[in-house]
Design a protein. Structure first.
Ligand code: TRP
Length: 328
């Protein structure tokens, strides 16, 4: 018998088409992790609803699109369990139990919560449910007893809360049913959008993973460059230029030469953007090809099978949880 591989769970909210930021921030990492871990990749549709409840739109469609993007990017439904959170009602049951024992102060001081209440405009996030966002996330992770969770830096406080909840559960019910999940920090630096802000659908400053080549070239031409370089004869400062940063991320072998030419005024920003665009077109080519071959029926089948595999585990955990809290 082989020893079981450690398990990871990660999730993404289905809020729109995936872009290059998702690729470097999460997707390529997920694809790699499939080699060493038993992987659960979840579409966090309840989490999406928490912030989009006023204008939810077509959730089923967005779920399917995101899963198609995952698969086109290399997430393999044969190796990994791909499922939709709301297909597994046990998430809500565990969420309920965890919210009973989570002290109010713990959720009130989560930095992402305070930040979103402050920063997000045009949506009312001051709801009872939104306060519980990280508790639902803890339930997602603990339901599958994940050993590790691949996340970006911004999610670390949610993972820390999850670990605190595990310790509290253990203290209250004297049971070890949940391992403390470790964060697997994604190493890649955050990719900035075309205008230098965080890449995001809501800022309309992104390059989609299935962007067609023409539109990709146009978007690349719009990128902000080195603000200190006005004329081509000025020396460039590649370390302060978003386009040069993209070269480092997407063409690391060529980047040193590009940076040098930029510093010594041998390369202008327009050419730099044109050539970057060609690299990006080539890099996303297999993605576009795969994506165009994925059919909606196939995605639905993957999600149905994923839900079934996820539920088998979730049901067992809930049985243990009910027993631990005296509700069996
Ligand atoms: N909060 C995560 C994000 O916005 C999405 C998410 C929901 C998640 N449940 C999760 C991530 C469980 C990791 C594990 O990116």
């Amino acid at each position: 018998m082989t020893t079981p591989r450690p398990r990871i769970l990660s999730g993404m909210r289905p809020t729109g088409p995936l872009h290059l930021g998702h690729l470097v921030g999460a997707l390529s990492n997920w694809v790699e992790l499939q080699q060493q871990y038993d992987c659960f990749f979840m579409v966090a549709d309840w989490h999406a609803l928490m912030s989009e409840y006023e204008r939810p739109g077509e959730m089923a469609q967005r779920v399917e699109q995101m899963v198609s993007d995952w698969i086109a990017g290399g997430v393999d439904p044969k190796r990994s369990v791909i499922f939709r959170q709301s297909d597994v009602p046990e998430h809500l049951e565990l969420y309920m139990v965890l919210s009973i024992l989570t002290p109010l102060g713990w959720v009130e001081r989560v930095p992402t919560y305070k930040e979103q209440l402050r920063e997000v405009t045009g949506r009312d996030l001051a709801t009872y449910g939104f306060l519980g966002y990280p508790v639902l996330q803890a339930a997602d992770i603990l339901l599958y007893k994940a050993n590790a969770v691949p996340v970006g830096e911004d999610q670390i406080p949610h993972l820390e809360l999850t670990r605190e909840i595990v310790r509290r559960f253990k203290f209250l019910y004297n049971t070890d049913i949940f391992p403390e999940p470790k964060p697997l920090l994604t190493e890649e630096a955050r990719l900035l959008g075309l205008d230098g802000r965080k890449m995001s659908k809501s800022y309309d400053n992104y390059i989609g993973l299935s962007e067609d080549p023409e539109s990709l070239r146009k978007k690349a031409q719009k990128m902000f460059t080195d603000p200190k370089r006005i004329k081509m004869t000025d020396a460039g400062h590649p370390e302060e230029c978003n386009v040069c940063h993209y070269w480092q991320v997407f063409a690391p072998n060529e980047a040193p030469a590009v940076w040098e030419e930029c510093r010594t005024s041998k390369r202008g920003c327009t050419k730099n953007k044109q050539e970057l665009a060609e690299r990006l077109v080539t890099l996303t080519e297999p993605f576009r090809k795969n994506r165009s071959q994925i059919q909606s029926g196939a995605v639905r089948k993957i999600l149905d099978e994923g839900a079934e595999r996820a539920r088998a585990i979730a049901r067992e955990t809930i049985r243990e949880v009910r027993q631990a809290v005296g509700m069996s």
